[in-house]
Design a protein around this ligand. Sequence first.
Ligand SMILES: O=C(O)C[C@H](Nc1ncnc2c1ncn2[C@@H]1O[C@H](COP(=O)(O)O)[C@@H](O)[C@H]1O)C(=O)O
Length: 480
Amino acid sequence: MKLTDISPAIALTPLDGRYHAQTADLVEYLSEPALNRERMRVEVEWMILLANGFEANGNQPIVEGVKPFTEAEIAFLRAIPEDFGAEGIAAHAAHEAVTHHDVKAVEYYIDDQLDKAPETLGADTQLPNIKTLVHFACTSEDINNLSTARCVKDAMERVWLPNFEAIIDHLAAKAEEYQDKAMLSLTHGQPATPTTLGKELAVYVYRLNRQLKHLKAQEYLGKINGATGTFGAHLAALPNVDWVAVSREFVTNRMGLTWNPLTTQIESHDWQAELYSTVAHANRIMHNLCVDVWMYISRGVFAQVPVKGATGSSTMPHKVNPIRFENAEANFEFSCSLLDTLAATLVESRWQRDLTDSTTQRNIGSALGYSLLALNNLMGGLKSIHPNDIVIARELDENWEVLGEPIQTAMRACELKGLPGMEKPYEKVKELMRGHEISQKDVESFIDSLAFDEETAAYLKALTPATYTGVAGQLVAFDR
Ligand SMILES: O=C(O)C[C@H](Nc1ncnc2c1ncn2[C@@H]1O[C@H](COP(=O)(O)O)[C@@H](O)[C@H]1O)C(=O)O
């Protein structure tokens, strides 16, 4: 049996195959039919504006000879995209097979629906006779840029951002829970000044929140100004209309986007480059988190909760592998490579237009899909770990040499105050601590051997690796 003979069709790529359930939410906004449906929304809203005008023109028809649409006609037009389902997808595809032009096929699909209007609205509806208003004065990119912007905006606001914020919220809650849980640091992979687990998570919360702020302030631009951005065709048809005002009204108030007044045939896609760069940056921060947590698990700082019935290794029965963090790592990498390509290539177009952006933009769903998949696995991974207090305490207790730093720094302060015997503090501590195993007793004897004032000596002797965490716990409050 050939796999290509199986119906429904078997997906080639993992996003729509193996991982479909985790990426399906984006289908509503970034799939091919979602784009075509949005194109229909743009086309019919443009018709409604042309027929019914807007406040600044006294709600008069912008195109002479067209009667304002009735409420029922407007509802009929708006139902065209809303009812676009399996049958509509096939009908659109049939038009595209002939036109070899996807936007023209949308136009013809709408024409077909207008022909059916009398069945719903009665014989006196003007809809079948105003087909010429469909795509009036538009170039395909007028429709494409607006529908793409709206699809991407919806995908971000309704799917990607809520999942991203859920990760931040989870990390923030854990940062607070573990704000005072002391932990050994490793700089260059070597034992270093202790911190708290909560503070280390809060660093990620702070970093991710910065990207969240950028994403929430992201502009989504749109244009509707004709074949080369000059309103030439608009003016040729209706010279007395203020088309610039109509364009601004449509993009801003009807489409909910930021109006771009100055373009070639294409909207310049700079906002897309900005957005994808920020998402890629957020991906990379979370990739860093995946790697860190993976290594904490490997060290035993985090323990994983075994999933009942699940297998870690096919041959080593004892294992619980950190597969969700590894999956997230890999998918963040794929997402970044696609987002980087989109950000780099979309900002270039030959003269007034080439069509490379059309092909490129068909991969926005994949770029965000890989990221969504990674977010999903990261969340699953984060929910399945908890700190292993025994390992954390043992690591701290095995590394008393980390107290070399507070001792030598306190010695410096005493030297500055003129206390005797405090010269060359760094060198003295280094001699004692570097390359030796240091016990609590060694630290105490060293402190006793120096002429600290009573208060400083008591402070230093009270320090342990587990209490030498500065104000780490309090810093968690700054994570937002
Ligand atoms: O309004 C216009 O169409 C103006 C025209 N420019 C075009 N603008 C937008 N789309 C166009 C254009 N040309 C082709 N197509 C259609 O784009 C589709 C490209 O397919 P794909 O590479 O799969 O993304 C595929 O469906 C193509 O047919 C121009 O000549 O300047």
